[in-house]
Structures are given as C-alpha cells and as structure tokens.
Design a binder for this molecule. Structure first.
Ligand SMILES: Nc1nc2c(c(=O)[nH]1)N[C@H]1C(S)=C(S)[C@@H](COP(=O)(O)OP(=O)(O)OC[C@H]3O[C@@H](n4cnc5c(N)ncnc54)[C@H](O)[C@@H]3O)O[C@H]1N2
Ligand code: MOO
Ligand SMILES: [Mg+2]
Length: 620
C-alpha cells in the first residue's frame, strides 16, 4: 500500500525573504520529507512547491490560497515561522483566514511532544486546518522545532492525504491493516499449534542462587537525576551530601533554665535578660558575676555564659511590678559547659551526612532537610509495566462467567511494586494469542524500563511467551526455568528495544509463584537499578513451629515470623497449604523460609524446632 504525499513548504520570515538570512528551516523540512520516503507505510513524500514570504498576513494568505485551490496537486502545505509571540508573527492568523476546517488534534500532538522538550513550546500559536483537499500545518520557525514537530505529524500525513483526496482504496487498506494488528507485524509464532510445542522443556533448570546472580548482573544501575528535596524520599543518593552549615549553628541550651558563668557559684542571681528560641544569641548582654539569662531548650546561650542550670535547680526569689523574674536562687554549682550543645556538635559544617548509595528513608530525608539541601542527586528509579496474560482472566471487580477467574496478579504485583516505591503501569490483560501478546509486550516495552508479565511460560499449548521474546523481539533469555518452588518456569530476558536494554520478567501465572518470584528476583533487580547497596532481602534465623514436609525442589515457603517468645528467637508459623494457586498462603506472611529439597533429607521432614533461614520480605 503506497501513498504519495505531495508537499509544499512555505517559509515565513521577513529576514529570509529579504535575503538577509539564509533559510535553513525550509530545506531541513524538505530533507526530512525525502529521508522519510518509504519508511512510513512505504509512503512517498515529494516536495512540489517551495517559497519564502515575509511576515505579512495578506501575502501569506494569498500564497496559501494559491497552493490550496480545489484542483491543487498539493496534499500538505507545511509552513515554517511566524507562529510565536513577536509582534510580526501572523502565520496562524493568515492560516485561519484560509482554512475551511481546523485540525486541533494535529496541533495538540505537536504541542504535547514539544512540551516534553521545552516549556517554551507553550509560546507556539501554531494552527492546522484543511482548505479544499489540502492540509495546512504550521510548524515553528527554528530548524529544531520545525523538524521535531514534523516528525510527530509525519506518520499521519499519508493517511490524511488519502482521506482528503478521497483515495478510497488506500484508505480502506490502511483501515484493514490497522484493525488486523494495530499496524504491527504478526508474531512469528502465530501459527504454532499444540503439536508444535516441545515435549520436554529445552530450558535448563538453573539453581535459584544462579538465577538471582544473573538477574543482578543484568540489572544495571540507572542514570542519576537531580530532584527537589520534596521528591527524593525512596530514592538512593548518587553523590555524597555534606553539610553547608553547623548544627546547631549557635551554642544551644539543652535545658529550660538559666545561663550562668560557673565562677558565680551558687546563691542569688539577677535575671538580666531572657533568650527564647529564635532569638539571636547576642541579643542578651554579657553576663557579669551573679547575673544570669533565662534560656530555653534549643535556644541560644548568651556569649558570656559557660553553663546552663536547669529550672528545677533554682528558686524564684522576686519579681518586678510587671511580674517578670528579677532574682532567682541557683541551688547547685554548675560545671563548665553543662547543658550546652556547642556549635556544630550534631552536624559540623562540611561533615559527610549521607554517603553515595544511601537509601533515603524518613530519617535521611530529615537529615537532608536539616542541612538545607534543596535538591539532591539520586539514581533514577526504573518504571515498570505489568502485563497479565490469559484468556481465562477477567479484571478484578468483574463477575465471573464459566471458565473465567479474576486477574489477581495485576493487583498483587502492582501493589507490591508501588509499596516499594516503584511506578507500575497496569498494561491490562493480553489474550493468549501471539499477535496480541506481541503487541502488548511492545506497548509495555515502549513505556517502561522493566516489564513484568505473568502466565504463559510453562508447557501449555498457549504458553507462547518464551518464543515471542526470542523469535519476535530478539530477546536474550538468560534463564527459562529455575529449580525452586513455587516459580519453576520463571523466565528472565534482556530485550533491546528502541535502542535500550529492557529487562523482561515473565513470571508464572500461578498467583503464589508470581508473587514469590517478584520478591526474589524482580524487586532486587529494581532496587539494584535504583542504586540500592543491598537489593536482596535480609535473612534471619528462625525456629520452625511445625513439622515441615519438604518438596522435591528447594522451596520458598510463606511463613509468619513471630518474635514474641521469651527466648527472643523467631518462631516460623505455618500459613497452611502451600499450593502455588493458593494466595491465602501469603496472608499475614512476612518471610519466606528457605527449605532444602527433600533429596537432601531422606525422610523428607524438617521436624518442629529445627532452625531454618528465612528471607524477610515484609515489615516485621
Ligand atoms: N506439563 C507441565 N505443566 C506445568 C509445568 C510443567 O513443568 N510441566 N509447570 C507448572 C508450574 S510449576 C507452574 S508455576 C505453572 C505455570 O504456568 P504458566 O506460567 O504457563 O501460567 P498459565 O498456564 O497461564 O496459568 C497458570 C495458572 O495461573 C492462573 N493465572 C494466570 N494468570 C493469572 C492472573 N493474572 N491472576 C490470577 N491467576 C492467574 C491461571 O488461571 C492458571 O490457573 O505451570 C504448571 N504446569
Ligand atoms: O513453580 Mo510452580 O510455581 O511450583 O507451581
Ligand atoms: Mg501454562
């Protein structure tokens, strides 16, 4: 299906039309059109007219009318220049005088794309519209702006031209192609039948430790970004942060009481002033023998004082007519520096407060606030796309019809990711058809750094994902089976997409398997990419509180760790039947017991009271 798009380019510029400046935008538009010929649905762009006019509305209007006559061969007029706020910018006004219909969506698409590049795009007043059978699109005047905007609208120009020229056959062909597969090539496995599948999995079953190592080796720490203080919670610092001030920045009192000089001893003291929090320290006069200044916790201590006596160690002797303290008795002999925090005793100026690779939790966020950080250099966090697969799935909240189950993986996995501070797109449910799966995978790869799918990775006739990843996406599957339970067919791949390496975790469909694997491989990868120094869950030792029946595979069994025993040792409680489909085995669980294969234990039982390692995956 070939569309021929005949274009006219109108440069609008006073200086170019007078020959004072070389017109670079018109030729840049021409080059881009020619370069794009054949790449977009095999469309051919030809430039049939070019001109340059001054910023005069009447002249622009006349030229547009000439090129957009009813019998014009021009399909698209691209203007460049005269769309801004300068007094002589009138291209949009001239265009609006000419067009019969406006095309605001074209302008919106360009504006949206330009805003991603610069907020100055707000200052473009471009319009687009149709005159007879010709589309007019105003592009900005700069080479960069004009070509960036043209790139946005270019894919639509062939179809727009066909529609305007009433070229029915090509229009129909485009519509058919779009309805077939949203314009995407078909999957190479779309014709696979049940008999085509392997009888024995070709994927070696690797050990869980190796799987974790492979994932962490592939998960590269992302680039750094500088974020305002208000947005850094949950990120990891990429550079060290040092304090620019002392904290406290002045000698501060630790107690509510009286600042004195220790040489004054005890007895009656004249209260010469009061320094409350927020007062400058030198607001009080220098204290002399048997004088004191009333001070508050955290407030400044006056320059002449070398100790603070807490109010409890004093007695009020007299007040003046206004009720203000005049004389107090100091009951105890103060020691030098008593209850004074010296300048910089909490944080010294220049002190390292956060090294690089520090996760910013509430405390670290507060430290940053206390040292006056306004923006912080952190690692970017990966964006995740979650995709469920399965013809049997209906979205959460929907009624079941025979043969269906609700999609719980989407909710569990997205919640887990969000709980851990990662943005996770809901990419919906892909039906078990290779073309649809491929299309949805591509959509996911387009928007995210990491794609997490569930289902379709085992031995079933609809388990297409591994083949789609390798054959259609050219992905490098690092492993396709892991010797563990639950989550054996977990598949991990690196897929080069749009020039970037994206991680794809294809987790098993079984809800428990998907969630266990999300904890064991997905979250550690995301944490590593975000710069976390320890991305894998911590382990504790626990005593099993029940007889554990071992499986053929090493198992990661959901458990509730209970620390309420007097001996201080954690007890691992059972969460009931551990079938991979039973999500209730996760209820209240906070850890995964790391259990050996029964091959390593002849009777297949770990008796109650045995010490076992547990991975802490939730707050204890
Ligand atoms: N012949 C063999 N069969 C199976 C093997 C095997 O080695 N040989 N492995 C089993 C293991 S272990 C697992 S785990 C599962 C994994 O299956 P798939 O990843 O291919 O997943 P599906 O077949 O699509 O679905 C399995 C199960 O999960 C339910 N499911 C799927 N998605 C969701 C969702 N989003 N929310 C809730 N439930 C979901 C689905 O309905 C199925 O019940 O394969 C074994 N088979
Ligand atoms: O590995 Mo599967 O998750 O055991 O059921
Ligand atoms: Mg399956």
């Amino acid at each position: 299906m070939t569309s021929s798009v005949k274009c006219a380019i109108l440069t609008v510029s006073d200086r170019c039309s007078r020959g004072e400046t070389e017109d670079k935008s018109g030729p840049a538009i021409r080059n881009l059109l020619i370069k794009s010929s054949g790449s977009s649905n095999s469309s051919v762009f030809t430039v049939v007219k070019e001109d340059c006019v001054p910023d005069e509305a009447n002249i622009i209007e006349d030229k547009l009318r000439e090129w957009c006559k009813p019998d014009s061969i021009v399909n698209v007029v691209l203007t460049t220049g005269g769309t801004g706020f300068a007094p002589r910018d009138v291209t949009p006004e001239a265009t609006l005088r000419v067009v019969d219909k406006t095309c605001p969506a074209i302008t919106t698409a360009m504006t949206e794309a330009s805003l991603r590049v610069t907020p100055l795009a707000m200052l473009s007043r471009s319009v687009s519209g149709i005159k007879n059978s010709t589309l007019i699109v105003n592009l900005p005047g700069s080479v960069k702006g004009a070509t960036e905007c043209l790139q946005v609208v270019l894919p639509c120009l062939p179809h727009a031209s066909d529609l305007l020229a009433d070229r029915l056959t090509t229009v129909q062909q485009t519509h058919m192609a779009m309805s077939r597969s949203n314009d995407l090539p078909r999957s190479k496995v779309s014709n696979f039948k049940a008999m085509d599948r392997e009888r024995v999995s070709p994927w070696p079953m690797i050990a869980m430790d190796d799987a974790v190592k492979i994932v962490l080796d592939s998960a590269q720490t992302l680039e750094t970004v500088v974020l305002p203080l208000s947005e850094v919670l949950g990120h990891v610092t990429s550079c060290e942060v040092r304090s620019t001030d002392n904290l406290p920045p002045f000698r501060a009192s630790v107690k509510d009481g009286y600042a004195v000089h220790t040489s004054s001893g005890t007895g009656e003291f004249k209260v010469v002033s009061a320094l409350t929090a927020g007062c400058a320290p030198d607001l009080a006069p220098d204290i002399r023998l048997k004088e004191c200044v009333r001070v508050n916790t955290g407030g400044p201590v006056p320059p002449g004082a070398d100790a603070v006596v807490q109010v409890e160690d004093t007695k009020l002797i007299s007040v003046d007519d206004a009720g203000d303290e005049l004389i107090v008795r100091i009951l105890t002999q103060a020691q030098k520096d008593q209850d004074i925090r010296p300048i910089g005793c909490d944080i010294a100026e220049g002190e390292l407060v956060l090294p690089a690779h520090t996760p910013i939790r509430s405390a670290e966020h507060g430290i940053l606030a206390s040292v006056g950080a306004t923006s912080v250099s952190v690692f970017r966090k990966p964006v995740v796309a979650v995709l469920s697969t399965g013809n049997e799935l209906v979205p959460a909240g929907e009624k079941l019809v025979p043969g269906t189950v609700r999609d719980s993986n989407m909710t569990t996995l997205r919640s887990l990711l969000i709980e851990n501070g990662f943005a996770a797109y809901d990419m919906g449910i892909a039906e078990d058809t290779p073309d649809v799966m491929l299309r949805e995978l591509r959509r996911s790869l387009t928007v995210a750094d990491v794609v997490v799918t569930t289902g379709s990775v085992s031995m079933g006739e609809k388990d297409f994902l591994k083949n789609i990843i390798t054959l259609d996406l050219g992905g490098d599957i690092k492993f396709g089976r892991v010797n563990m339970k639950p989550g054996k067919p977990t598949t991990f791949a690196v897929v080069r997409y749009n020039g970037k390496d994206k991680l794809v975790f294809s987790l098993p469909g079984n809800p428990v398997s998907a969630t266990v694997m999300a904890h064991l491989v997905v979250l550690p990868a995301l944490k590593k990419m975000s710069g976390h120094p320890k991305p894998f869950p911590a382990t504790v030792s626990a005593i099993v509180d029940f007889d554990v029946k071992l499986d053929d595979r090493p198992e990661y069994r959901r458990t509730i760790l209970d620390f309420s025993y007097e001996d201080g040792c954690a007890r691992a409680k059972s969460t009931g039947t551990q079938m991979s489909s039973r999500l209730l085995s996760w209820r209240n669980a906070n850890a995964l017991l790391v259990l050996p294969s029964k091959k390593d234990k002849p009777d297949g039982i770990l008796p109650k009271g045995t010490r076992v390692e547990a991975l802490v995956v939730e707050k204890l």
